[in-house]
Design a protein around this ligand. Structure first.
Ligand SMILES: Nc1ncnc2c1ncn2[C@@H]1O[C@H](COP(=O)(O)OP(=O)(O)OP(=O)(O)O)[C@@H](O)[C@H]1O
Ligand SMILES: [Mg+2]
Length: 504
């Protein structure tokens, strides 16, 4: 039995020294020479040593996809490195509030599991030059982690220890995860090959369900629905459904649809992918974009009615104004419900969109919420918003009293006031969006107190009420005039008819 923590009979300090020389060797020997030396050294060491090495590369598959196992192991090693490693790398953490330490390149640390010592080392290998689509070349260092342990523990390490590391590392990653807001890169972007399909910034929108002004019962229902979804892994598996849920948020401008998306993301601790359909080249590009989204994310398509022209009537109307040549082209495109994006070369079709959100591929990258927003729900194709695709249809409506109370609490920090009675009556009579109510409630200078803000709101509501009354009056007048014209026409027709009869 080997002494704990030692391979080939070396003590742990000898091991650390060896690792140090290994680091120096890596840094000073040219790449091609290292490849040759390593090939032979490994062969020789393999004959005499009893140790096993497992390599975990930073990139998996074709080398384009970041390995999740590698990330999890780095997370796991991060806390141990802070305490044990001699050379650390300092990275800025979430919102640059503090520094996070990790193992430096060519550094090694020991870990003990169930009394067995293993060694982790972080190595860097300069990658061969890669050509990109623009003919440029880039040299990227490829990192890999090497786990070394004695052969006598092979079974325990491969069956238990690695699982333990991956599980712990994944959990750590989720905890320290900086949430991101992604947007898809335009295909025309010269540097998009370098950035990947999505670009991101850190997501720190402050909206929460507490600050969201809407009917309280509806709000609780949505929260429950989200919790059920996020904890529904087994349920979705049992019923044979991909673990995803579609939300359609509809309502007039300024009623909180975008705010609701931020509140949902903050509530579930999910990333947000803001998909700009107008920059997606075609259906296959859309599919790839969806595949490239991570689990625990909300994919958003805002103003879906503006992204896809789906109403037959609108098309007919437009066609009347087009000349023959344009008509021909239009017909060809409409055969596949084609939507033109980029100078008649890039197209996403309705069926492409349906497939991307609901097809076989959609189940590939873990739990996901898809949200569409629109101001005009009636303009959407029923196929796009049918249940099963958009499971939950949520109407965001004008500000009523319940919603007003939330906004007053947010903006003025009050729960009640003498003017609440009057405001309560007015908001039930007038259609005013929460955005407009919030604007009235926001103090415009230091001198403005609660009373001034509430009075401004009352005034604004009264003006809206008056406007609505006048509009209704005008409508009524127009209707009455139309009715009178109709009656007059009918009476004249009757008169003419009876004159003809008399003549006969
Ligand atoms: N229900 C709400 N609760 C809290 N704040 C709201 C609400 N609705 C609107 N607001 C405020 O109004 C602003 C605009 O709202 P938001 O962008 O969410 O509206 P929207 O429904 O997405 O509008 P649009 O249809 O024009 O995209 C927000 O920044 C927020 O401050
Ligand atoms: Mg919006």
């Amino acid at each position: 039995m080997l002494e704990t923590g030692a391979f080939w009979g070396f003590t742990s300090s000898t091991m650390t020294n060896l690792m140090f020389y290994w680091a120096i060797y890596n840094q000073f020997f040219p790449y091609f020479l290292r490849v040759k030396i390593e090939k032979y050294v490994y062969k020789m060491v393999g004959w005499v040593s009893n140790s096993v090495h497992i390599k975990f590369s930073e990139y998996s598959g074709e080398g384009l996809e970041k390995s999740q196992a590698y990330d999890s192991i780095r997370n796991y090693l991060s806390s141990k490195s802070t305490a044990l490693a001699k050379r650390l790398k300092a990275n800025e953490s979430k919102n640059s509030k503090s520094l996070v330490f990790s193992l430096d390149d060519h550094e090694a640390i020991e870990d003990v599991f169930e009394g067995v010592k293993v060694v982790w080392s972080l190595n860097v290998r300069e990658n061969e030059y890669q050509s990109n689509t623009y003919g440029n070349s880039s040299s990227e260092d490829r990192r890999y982690l090497r786990l070394s342990f004695d052969n006598s523990h092979r079974e325990m390490i491969t069956k238990t220890y690695i699982d333990h590391v991956l599980r712990e590392g994944k959990e750590m990653g989720l905890k320290k995860r900086e949430r991101k807001l992604y947007t898809n890169n335009s295909n025309q972007d010269l540097y998009s090959w370098r950035q990947g399909k999505w670009s991101s910034v850190s997501f720190d929108h402050p909206a929460t369900f507490e600050t969201l002004a809407m009917d309280l019962e509806k709000k609780e229902e949505i929260k429950k629905d989200l919790i059920k979804f996020s904890q529904g892994k087994d349920y979705y598996k049992r019923v044979g459904k991909p673990w995803k849920r579609g939300y359609l948020l509809y309502g007039p401008p300024g009623t909180g649809k975008s705010t609701m998306i931020s509140a949902m993301a903050n509530f579930l601790n999910y990333d947000v992918y803001d998909l700009e359909l107008t920059t997606v080249k075609d259906n296959s590009e859309l599919k790839k974009l969806m595949l490239d989204t991570k689990a625990k994310s909300i994919v958003v398509i805002e103003d879906i009615d503006c992204s896809l022209d789906l109403t037959g009537q609108r098309k007919k109307k437009k066609e009347e104004d087009e000349d023959e040549e344009e008509k021909e082209e239009k017909k060809k495109e409409e055969a596949g419900m084609v939507w033109m994006i980029d100078e008649k070369q890039s197209k996403v079709t309705l069926s492409g969109l349906l497939n991307a959100i609901d097809g076989l591929w959609s189940a590939c990258s873990g739990e996901k919420i898809i949200v569409f927003t629109t101001n005009f729900v009636d303009n959407l194709d029923p196929a796009l918003i049918r249940r099963g695709r958009m499971d939950n249809h949520i109407e965001m409506s004008y500000c009523k009293f319940e919603a007003f109370k939330v906004l007053a609490k947010n903006y003025l920090e009050i729960e009640s006031h003498d003017l609440y009675g009057e405001i309560g009556r007015l908001v039930e009579e007038v259609d005013m969006s929460p955005a407009d109510v919030a604007e009235n409630l926001m103090p415009k200078s230091d001198g403005e107190d609660v009373q001034i803000c509430l009075k401004r709101l009352v005034k604004s509501l009264e003006e809206e009420k008056e406007k609505a009354r006048k509009l209704a009056e005008e409508e009524e007048k127009k209707k009455a005039e139309k009715e009178a014209r109709k009656k007059k026409k009918k009476a004249e027709a009757k008169k003419t008819k009876s004159r003809i009869w008399n003549l006969l």
